[in-house]
Design a protein around this ligand. Structure first.
Ligand SMILES: [Cu+2]
Length: 414
């Protein structure tokens, strides 16, 4: 009976161990990378990305694609997030599946951080070269010092081919062409292994001596000196001399082999050129805005005045990269990501052309599952439940005007 009990106990232990090990190695494929967990106010009240274009849906390893568009730096930037004085235009991807071959803001190359002005709109372009095959969610992103990475809309891009064929050739300032992907790789492996081995040898030398308890007894009884022999001191000195000699020697040969080196360039670029958006002749006042939780819809009462000389209609409301369109005014022709596009998500109580000089109060509903799917509705649980977004008005010729809105959002649970 006892034997059986023991066996059962052993088996259960093995089973437990196996499940623990399995749990440790279980890594489900990440289908996203945190864009939905970023606080809604961060996505709605900082950088507004629009007119985005991912040049390709499928790209082969070594081929390039571009992501271009515009972003508006919201003037009512939240107090809790540092201002975008040191910002870096980036791309949100799961690791180095692409390399960034270049990025531009307002036509200027921006390999470094830039200073952005609140309330301005900038044009950008990022050139990517595909490196690792797979389906990747490719986001625009702005890294803001003190604010973290601010993620923009993402689109799935498929990279085909094999990573083994990826090359990243560059020509150095001394005229040599090298492949950064494999450059000096054996040297890197060698030095990592070498220092690791040296460290292990050092540890092994000391580990064979009496360990913790005998050492503790020796130290506490005042006999610490007896623990280290004259031979130990010689070996330790040997290690020290050898380490210094190897560092000095290898540094000497490296300097000889590469006489010209320049440090990695860092620093802040100021004076980015914003684009001049056409002066908006439509003025909008948000009288009231509420979010209806059961209907996954946001309702706004807007008083719109047309001070221009052509009649306009509201075509789009864009917040956190989610685009709500009134299909009667605007259809998307840019292959914008489906999950961020509510093609019929915008309803306006009266969207007949607003004549020049006319003022009208309209009820607007922006409804789509994206409110919940993208966790934008979480905004209503913030201590400062405010939203911000872009409204796009169009005249009969298709001329567009952008109006920024910003107001408190009051939730309704019924
Ligand atoms: Cu993503």
């Amino acid at each position: 009976m006892k034997i059986i009990k023991d066996k059962v106990a052993k088996l259960s232990f093995v089973a437990l161990l196996m499940s623990l090990t399995a749990a440790m190695f279980y890594t489900p494929t990440a289908s996203a990378h945190g864009e939905k967990s970023q606080a809604a106010f961060m996505r709605m009240r900082t950088i507004h990305w629009f007119d985005l274009n991912w040049s390709k849906d499928t790209v082969a390893v070594n081929d390039t694609m571009t992501i271009s568009g515009k972003f508006h730096v919201f003037a009512g930037w939240p107090e809790t997030v540092d201002k975008p004085e040191v910002s870096f235009l980036n791309i949100g991807i799961p690791g180095p599946v692409f390399i960034r071959a270049g990025s531009w803001i307002g036509g200027q190359l921006v390999p470094r951080s830039v200073s952005l002005e609140l309330g301005e709109t900038y044009e950008f372009k990022v050139l990517l070269k595909a490196r690792r095959p797979g389906d990747w969610h490719v986001h625009t992103m702005m890294n803001v010092q003190g604010g973290g990475p601010i993620i923009g809309p993402g689109k799935w891009v498929t990279v085909t081919g094999s990573m083994g064929s990826f090359v990243n050739n560059i020509t150095t300032l001394t005229g040599e062409t090298i492949n950064l992907e494999t450059y000096n790789l054996s040297n890197i492996y060698f030095w990592h292994a070498f220092w690791y081995a040296l460290g292990l040898a050092w540890l092994a030398f000391w580990v064979k001596r009496p360990l913790f308890v005998p050492r503790h007894i020796a130290v506490s009884s005042g006999k610490a000196d007896t623990l280290i022999s004259a031979a130990d001191k010689k070996v330790a000195l040997g290690f020290a001399v050898a380490t210094i000699a190897i560092v000095a020697g290898s540094m000497g040969t490296t300097n000889e082999k590469f006489p010209v080196t320049t440090p990695l360039q860092a620093g802040l670029l100021r004076g980015m050129q914003p684009i001049q958006m056409p002066e908006s002749t439509v003025s909008v006042k948000v009288d009231d805005a509420s979010y209806r939780v059961p209907g996954r819809a946001m309702q706004m009462t807007l008083t719109v005045t047309n001070n221009g000389d052509s009649a306009v209609r509201l075509g789009e409301f864009n917040t956190a990269g989610v685009r709500f369109l009134d299909p009667a005014v605007l259809q998307d022709e840019t292959a914008y990501p489906d999950d961020l596009l509510a093609e019929e998500g915008l309803t306006v109580s009266d969207n007949s052309p607003l004549a020049p000089g006319e003022t009208r109060t309209v009820e607007i509903t922006a409804s789509d599952a994206a409110w919940e799917v993208y966790r934008l509705a979480d905004l209503i649980y913030d201590p400062d439940s405010r939203f911000a977004g872009l409204l796009f008005f169009f005249d009969a010729e298709g001329n567009r005007q952008m109006v920024m809105i910003d107001a408190p959002l009051i939730p309704s649970f019924i």
